[in-house]
Design a protein around this ligand. Structure first.
Ligand code: C2O
Ligand code: CU
Ligand code: CU
Length: 478
């Protein structure tokens, strides 16, 4: 948490700021890669142009796979960068010149000691979505740093294997910064996962960050907020327009994050084959569930196995049924690789139900309020006692969908009444975000019991425009 200027860090920063400044003056067509170690995807360059439309065949771009980084040491610099988004360049906002940001990978028990350096023209702070950390490391908006400043994180990752993510969290600016490109995956490994017969790491485990986007007339990333939630007119997977991935006839493990500001996807495979769902926000489910379709709201993650062993030499699309977008083409070659689709995965202890009466009720009202109140950073909010299981009830009086997210703990979804009226397999296990649609009452059981968690945390709508307008509340864990 030390933000004091040591001579070394100041020198480092001044050099960085100089390079950034030059990049900004020269404009976005210039090579920003000298600031960072250029990933393979940065080398290509390309002409600017209109964003690609959907479908079209034949012109798909190779899916970018973000560089893997160990967060024990090093830094993350946020700044504008011009980089390849699939066949052409665009200016986006990037972590270390990469879009999406580098994939952070830690073993449970490992550390994150990254320095965040703000090369934007506005304040920022990074939140580690899904990480159970002390409040100084949680990326709360009160810790936002000004342009040119930095923030040193330091925490131990002490929780089960899953795929979390990181993104900015400055109040009123989160939507813009995420939409402009600031997000990356944060994968935790553990022994339980390693003991299963499932792909871990490349090439058969692939993180997929799906989001929509809009580009301006110059072909650069554009943010056009609407109070109902920003929706872009095209899509990106791992920062790639119209992506394709060459794959073996094997069992693949896709770690999917909906990194959109507001758009909800209804994922399916063009073959009609099932996804073998093995995990979600908080890691592995108790056992595998086969589903033909998955609804994924902003910030939600799923861990799915896709069996391509019977699809040699075929093309399989990962599709969004709502828009009809073919999000990713899997070009299956004829190399057959044996794989397994395990059934039993993990032992999950259900939280003891404290009874049908909710301890707290939260109404997500309009576009900017929880229980009638707009976010007030200075208000510590309600107080939760550590180690006590509570039933929380989420309701809305319209203007849904609201993907409700809680910092500092995972919860178990207990029930959904009204609206869709049921719980879905991707809502089993441990969640940190749950989708609340119009007419729905969703109950969750939650217990703040992680040893690092105490102090000030947040609950908010993860439709980022709602969050920025104030659909967020502090609360205090003690
Ligand atoms: Cu993903 Cu409070 O955020
Ligand atoms: Cu979060
Ligand atoms: Cu909302």
């Amino acid at each position: 948490m030390d933000r004091t200027l040591s001579p070394v860090s100041r020198r480092y920063f001044v050099r960085t700021a100089g390079a950034l400044g030059a990049g900004l003056v020269l404009g976005c067509g210039d090579d920003p890669t000298r600031l960072v170690s250029p990933g393979p995807d940065l080398a290509k360059g390309g002409e600017k142009g209109k964003p690609g439309g959907n479908g079209g065949g034949g012109t798909r771009n190779a899916l970018k796979i973000p560089t893997v980084v160990d967060p024990r040491t090093g830094s993350l610099t946020v700044s504008p960068a011009s980089l390849d988004v699939g066949g052409r360049n665009a200016t986006v906002w990037a972590y270390n010149g990469q879009f999406p940001g580098p994939t952070l990978v830690v073993q449970a028990g490992g550390e994150n000691n990254l320095r965040l350096i703000n090369g934007l023209q506005q304040e920022t702070i990074t939140h580690w979505h899904g990480m159970l950390v002390d409040d100084l490391n949680d990326g709360h908006p009160r810790h936002a740093i000004a342009p040119g400043e930095w923030f040193d994180y330091s925490f131990t990752v002490n929780q089960r294997a899953t795929m979390n993510w990181y993104h900015p969290h400055p109040h009123t600016l989160t939507g813009e910064q995420v939409a402009m490109g600031l997000a990356g995956a944060f994968i935790i490994r553990d022994k339980e996962e390693a003991g299963l017969d499932i792909p871990v790491g490349p090439p058969h485990e692939v993180p997929l960050i799906i989001r929509d986007a809009s580009f301006d007339r110059n072909g650069d990333m554009e943010y056009k907020p609407r109070s109902g939630g920003f929706e872009g007119d095209t899509f990106l997977v791992n920062g790639t327009l119209e992506p394709k991935l060459s794959v073996d006839a094997a069992v693949y493990r896709f770690r999917i994050l909906n990194g959109s500001n507001a758009r909800i996807y209804r994922l399916a495979l063009s073959t009609g084959d099932d996804f073998h769902l093995i995990g979600n926000d908080g890691g592995l489910l108790a056992s595998r569930v086969d589903v033909a379709e998955i609804t994924l709201a902003p910030a939600e993650r799923v861990d799915v196995l896709v069996d391509l062993t019977r699809r040699p030499s075929q093309s399989v699309m990962l599709r969004d049924l709502d828009t009809g977008w073919d999000l990713l083409e899997l070009e299956v070659n004829d190399t057959r690789v044996d794989g397994s689709i395990p059934t039993g995965l993990s032992t999950l202890a259900p939280l003891t139900d404290p009874g049908p009466q909710p301890a707290r009720e939260f109404s997500f009202d309009g576009m900017s309020k929880i229980n009638g109140k707009v976010y007030d950073m200075a208000d510590p909010g309600f107080t939760v006692q550590k180690g006590v299981t509570e039933r929380w009830r989420f309701t809305t009086r319209g203007n849904a969908p609201h993907p409700v997210h809680v910092h500092g703990a995972y919860f178990q979804v207990a029930s959904r009444v009204g609206g869709r009226g049921e719980l879905f397999p991707w809502e089993y296990g441990w969640k940190d975000t749950v989708l609340l649609e119009d007419g729905e009452t969703v109950d969750v059981l939650i217990r703040f019991d992680h040893s690092a968690v105490s102090g000030l945390y947040l609950m908010h709508c993860h439709k980022l425009e709602h969050e920025d307008m104030g659909m967020m509340t502090n609360f205090t864990v003690e």
